[in-house]
Design a protein around this ligand. Structure first.
Ligand code: NAD
Ligand code: MG
Length: 391
């Protein structure tokens, strides 16, 4: 049995992870749950899964939850924590052996880092952790001998294609992208797209931040960097292939020219299960894949137009230059996407802001950096973006 600490349990990935736990109670136990502020859902999750620890990032909400639990369910043995410290306590809970990292943004980095230090296996959905901190996380994973199990669907696909292959036989990674809701748009058309339209993803149902990232193609940029860390290749050996049907979740090309891909319905349940059951396989929870489904009969592939979706090229640039630049780019993007979701800026302002913060950043010539450097650079870039946007 895997004993889990689910970080970000009230979000899109968190709730789907708990669905896997719900359907397979003899295989998984959720010992810790954390969220940002959604205590109503966390309360329900506590009653259902009986964790021994929970944490709410928002301190006031954590007290509110504690009060409600004391009044209505004083018999429950759950401890309630708050803030980043609470996230870390839950991520390093002695009884948990695996941490499911599904916090959104770089806020997920420290808890995951501490969990690795504590020897936990990590099932990772939170790509910003690797984008910002891959250069410190990957060596720690190796040093501690823990498993880093990719949950992001493309990376889970690539990972499965690589099972049993020698690392030196990997030639290229072909990471697929749906293209998002604005595929085929011109720059002019992008100028006045609304948040509502950007949130209407054609094939995937996800949290707000990643859905906006998919509409700007930044999600794919983040995933290229994520793949370079997970599979130990330069970003220039990762090609983005726009595949609007989202049937092939990614492919690899091997030295002899063989191309392997992983296919299935666009659902995160399967990658979550692949990660959590690794190295075994779990039962089938989804409808069977039907190759005769009209959606599967016409699989198409195209290049991303980076003259329209400029953030993809920017991410490649950050992935090449490395250092703290990916963390800076990521944090500026978090600030800008937050502002767009709040209706404070237009769609193209996201790219403009990220580019400006990125280009203004003066990298130091220090080659070795630690967690505090990454978090410091992220905070600074986040603040710069906010200042630029006057928010
Ligand atoms: P979401 O917004 O639906 O959920 C985020 C979760 O994190 C929520 O439970 C929220 O309460 C919690 N949270 C936010 N800040 C927190 C903090 N400081 N401490 C503790 N909890 C905090 O997001 P999501 O779509 O589930 O995405 C989560 C991560 O997984 C992101 O990094 C995303 O890129 C990645 N991912 C998501 C999907 C998907 O299908 N949703 C697919 C691949 C990768
Ligand atoms: Mg993905």
């Amino acid at each position: 049995m895997r004993v889990l600490s689910v970080l970000g349990s009230t979000g899109s990935i968190g709730t789907q992870t708990l669905e896997v736990v719900r359907q397979n109670p003899s295989d998984f136990k959720a010992a810790a749950l954390t969220c940002g502020s959604n205590i109503d859902l966390l309360y329900e999750q506590i009653l259902e899964f009986n964790p021994s620890a929970v944490s709410v990032f928002d301190e006031k909400k954590a007290y509110e939850l504690k009060k409600r639990l004391c009044a209505e369910h004083p018999e429950l043995p759950v401890e309630v924590y708050y803030g980043q410290e609470g996230d870390v306590i839950c991520a390093t809970l002695p009884e948990a052996d695996t941490v499911l990292g599904a916090i959104v943004g770089v806020a997920g980095l420290k808890p995951v880092y501490e969990a690795i230090l504590a020897g936990k296996d990590i099932a990772l959905a939170n790509k910003e952790t690797l984008v910002a901190g891959g250069d410190i996380v990957m060596p720690l994973v190796k040093e501690k001998g823990v498993e880093l199990l990719p949950v992001d669907s493309e990376h889970c696909a690539i990972w499965q294609c690589l099972w049993g292959e020698k690392k030196e036989n990997l030639d290229r990674i072909l990471i697929t992208a749906s293209g998002g809701p604005f595929r085929g748009f011109t720059r002019e058309q992008l100028a006045d797209v609304t948040c509502e339209k950007a949130l209407n993803h054609p094939t995937w149902k996800m949290g707000g931040k990643i859905t906006i990232d998919s509409s700007t193609m930044m999600n794919k940029g983040l995933e290229v960097i994520e793949a370079s860390h997970l599979f130990g290749v330069d970003v220039d050996r990762v090609d983005v292939v726009v595949h609007p049907q989202s049937v092939i979740h990614s492919m690899i090309r091997l030295r002899d020219g063989s191309v392997l891909g992983q296919m299935g319905k666009p659902s995160m349940i399967l990658p979550i299960m692949v990660a959590l059951y690794y190295p075994d396989r779990g039962p089938r929870l989804l409808e069977e894949f039907d190759p005769f489904d009209p959606k599967c009969c016409n699989l198409t592939f195209e290049r991303c137009d980076t003259s329209v979706f400029g953030l993809l090229d920017l991410a490649y640039d950050a992935g090449r230059k490395k250092g703290l630049l990916p963390a800076v780019m990521n944090a500026a993007n978090e600030a800008a996407v937050g502002a767009f979701l709040d209706g404070k800026i237009g769609f193209l302002d996201i790219e403009k802001t990220v580019r400006k913060v990125y280009e203004d950043y003066e990298p130091s010539n220090v080659l070795k950096f630690n967690l505090d450097d990454v978090l410091g650079a992220s905070d600074e870039a986040f603040a710069k973006a906010k200042e630029m946007l006057k928010i």
